[in-house]
Design a protein around this ligand. Structure first.
Ligand SMILES: *Cc1c(COP(=O)(O)O)cnc(C)c1O
Length: 410
């Protein structure tokens, strides 16, 4: 008899965005003539930049020829891309990594979900709350989070609330955690950590022999020069942190797929008997067994992001989205809403007025203004009473949505 992995049964049935889609389509059935504007899902809308599509066309032409054809590539990624990453994302910030420490992937979601395979099932996990759902669900699938309690919280997880009350700065956990997931700039709150705040976490990890899984998918949106882009800007982080990056939000690769993971040589974890084991060779071993490399095409496309033209074009798109964020912030504040984030991230996090629940406000705005946001509670219990607006829309739609919200809220 094949026995199912029952830990899957602990996961909630419905994925947040499926719930939203269901409510939106219910609205559309009863209001077929109204066009709904979505500032909900976190996908980008602007096309790939010319430097990237030129590189893609060139790579396709190569693949048509016998001499330029590429079959299986290295599981860790091509050296041309890993070297461009070392030079442009790290050396320019005084971080000197080795090529062996960079692993190219098909996007950060896979590796942020897979990385937990490197640690035993009985480690304890800490996450900021609200949070990108992948971290907890991937741990839940192997039973590390324990079952859910009556409030829908995983029993074996240390939730670190990030709310307006603590200015979205998570406090160090009051119980032992072996692994901490941090995502900065943050999805969903759009907030960031200063160097001092991030240093506190690195020191905590070093003192408590914990690991930090640091998701920097939104690094390209940081505007303030004082905010760290990489956790390796903090001394000691190479001993305790694994970092995830992605071209998805940086350069519009959500449909093309490419990202990378940094596993420094010095990151170790302990065996039960107390022997230190380096995680880099383990991750390499894992990737060589379960992953056959990102496509040659997407790696050539990612390489083009680092050319002078690519950098300039990507910078322009980022700034386009950040102007949307600015528009969302200023308009919503002017209308009397309390907004957070959106200054170094493409998300604006808003408190629902009058203590409404996230879903109640979502429905009211859908029916009243025909605009979709994302209910904050979908990202965790501390997201209750907030909603998320994305700055990834196009300008005209964002402006139109804000005009509708203005009219509706008066
Ligand atoms: C979008 C996003 C990613 C990137 O996902 P990809 O798989 O690279 O497209 C990673 N982490 C967070 C928090 C995200 O919001």
């Amino acid at each position: 008899m094949a026995l199912v992995n029952e830990y899957f049964l602990n996961l909630s049935d419905n994925y947040l965005f499926a719930d939203i889609a269901k409510k939106v389509s219910a609205f559309k059935r009863t209001h077929p003539r109204i066009e709904v504007i979505s500032l909900g899902i976190g996908d980008v809308t602007q096309p790939l930049c010319p430097a990237v599509t030129d590189a893609l066309h060139r790579a396709v032409s190569e693949m048509e020829t016998v001499s330029g054809f590429h079959g299986y590539g290295p599981e860790q990624g091509y050296a041309f891309l890993r070297e461009a990453i070392l030079k442009n994302d790290f050396a320019t910030r005084g971080i000197h990594l080795d090529i062996k420490e960079i692993f190219i992937n098909d996007g950060a979601k896979s590796d942020t979900g897979n990385i937990q395979e490197l640690i035993r099932w009985d480690n304890s996990v800490g996450v900021t709350d609200p949070v990108y759902p992948v971290y907890l669900d991937s741990n839940a699938m192997i039973g590390r989070t324990g079952p859910k309690d009556d409030d829908g919280r995983w029993t074996n997880v240390a939730y670190l609330p990030c709310t307006a009350e603590n200015n979205f700065v998570p406090q160090l956990p009051d119980r032992r955690v072996d692994v901490i997931y941090l995502c900065y700039p943050n999805n969903p709150t759009g907030t960031v950590l200063t160097r001092t705040e991030l240093r506190k976490w690195v020191n905590y990890a070093l003192e408590n022999d914990a690991l930090i899984f640091f998701d920097a998918a939104y690094e390209a949106y940081i505007q303030d020069p004082e905010i760290p882009h990489s956790i390796y800007e903090i001394r000691g982080a190479r001993k305790c942190a694994i970092e995830f990056r992605s071209f998805s939000k940086t350069a519009g690769f959500t449909g093309l797929r490419c990202g990378y993971t940094v596993v420094p040589d010095e990151v170790t974890a302990s065996t039960l008997a107390g022997r230190r084991v380096a995680l880099n060779p383990l991750w390499n071993r894992r990737q060589c067994t379960k992953f056959n490399g990102a496509s040659y095409l997407s790696q050539r496309a990612a390489e083009a992001v680092y050319t002078p033209a690519g950098r300039e074009q990507v910078r322009r798109t980022v700034s386009y989205y950040m102007q949307n964020a600015q528009l969302l912030r200023t308009t919503l504040s002017r209308l009397g809403f309390k907004v957070y984030g959106g200054e170094n991230a493409p998300y604006v996090w808003m408190r629902t007025p009058g203590g409404r629940s996230s879903w109640k406000f979502f429905e009211e705005m859908l029916y009243g203004a025909h605009v979709v946001c994302t209910p904050g509670v979908g990202f965790g219990p501390s997201g209750e009473g907030y909603v998320r607006f994305t700055a990834f829309g196009n300008r005209e739609k964002t402006e139109e949505a804000l005009a509708r919200i203005e009219k509706w809220s008066q």
